[in-house]
Design a protein around this ligand. Structure first.
Ligand code: HH2
Length: 264
């Protein structure tokens, strides 16, 4: 899944693709590079981010979704049911909701009614406050339990099990150590029986990789570390990965597959 952020403030590439024509051109490139799905989002979820209004989110996302649907399957990265509905009407085929249906009470009924694929991510509140909620007894067990509650609500509302993808939410109400532990124990998440999406791309916990304590790599310098986490995800049961750098991702997966004895 290639990331198309139509935002001025994303932590990873904020402002680079804020103009719709730039976002569409970027989506086309990601598709040519081999992305199976293009994930279009109009709201940054970085820690401390302020939310755009619904009108502003629609204005950012809709023209890009419309144009990219002609190029690839498109998912819409939104917590708002009205934005998801408009994107589905414009041709999107998947809803990626980082709140797992908790941010907007209309989201779960919408997804059930439309019968579309839905990514439910583990979430503990909007970005402005989320890092204060990074407290767990056992992060994997707690995330599993909370995702299990989302699954129950979603299935109870009529979402078909085969439409449901789960995501542990790397960096969302997680310290770096929580994110590393979730990655190490990824196979416990796949045991829930649903496909698992992994979104580690350029996340803060990769910023310290290769550096002495205290020094940080900038988000754009985290693609090598991302490629390694991607290989780990793919070899530990993930269904998909959400990434900014599709070329590095596919090269890394190609190397891992070849080393494992697959065809070249
Ligand atoms: N991470 C981000 C956004 N959407 N969706 C899923 N399913 N999983 C994730 O881990 C995830 C996500 C954050 O990354 P990015 O879009 O690059 O940044 P921002 O939220 O600042 O736009």
């Amino acid at each position: 899944m290639g990331v198309v952020n139509v935002t001025p403030d994303s932590f990873s590439d904020g402002g680079q693709w804020f103009q719709p024509e730039d976002a569409v051109a970027h989506g086309r490139v990601l598709r040519q590079q081999g992305a199976d799905v293009l994930d279009v989002g109009g709201e940054s979820t970085r820690p401390g981010a302020q939310r755009p209004t619904q009108e502003e989110e629609l204005r950012r996302v809709l023209p890009v979704v419309e144009a990219l649907c002609a190029v690839a399957p498109v998912s819409v990265d939104t917590m708002r049911a009205a934005v998801a509905a408009a994107a589905l009407d414009a041709g999107a085929s998947l809803v990626n909701d980082v709140s797992g249906g908790l941010a907007d009470p209309e989201m779960v009924p919408l997804v059930a009614e439309r019968g579309v694929a839905y990514v439910a991510m583990h979430w503990r509140g909007h970005s402005a406050r989320m890092q204060s909620r990074a407290r767990y007894d056992d992060v994997v067990a707690d995330v599993l339990r909370e995702l299990g509650e989302r699954v129950e609500q979603l299935l109870g509302a009529g979402v078909r099990p085969e439409h449901l993808v789960l995501d542990p939410g790397f960096g969302f109400a997680k310290t770096p150590e929580h994110s590393w532990e979730l990655l190490r124990r990824l196979e416990e998440l796949t045991a829930l029986g649903h496909p698992v999406l992994v979104g580690t791309s350029r996340k803060g916990f990769l910023g310290a990789v290769g550096r002495a304590a205290g020094a940080e790599r900038a988000p754009l310098e985290r693609d090598v570390a991302t490629a390694v986490t991607t290989v780990h995800a793919a070899t530990h049961g993930a269904w998909g990965v959400r990434v900014h750098d599709v070329v590095a991702t596919l090269d890394a997966l190609d190397v891992a597959e070849t080393l494992a004895g697959g065809p070249r």
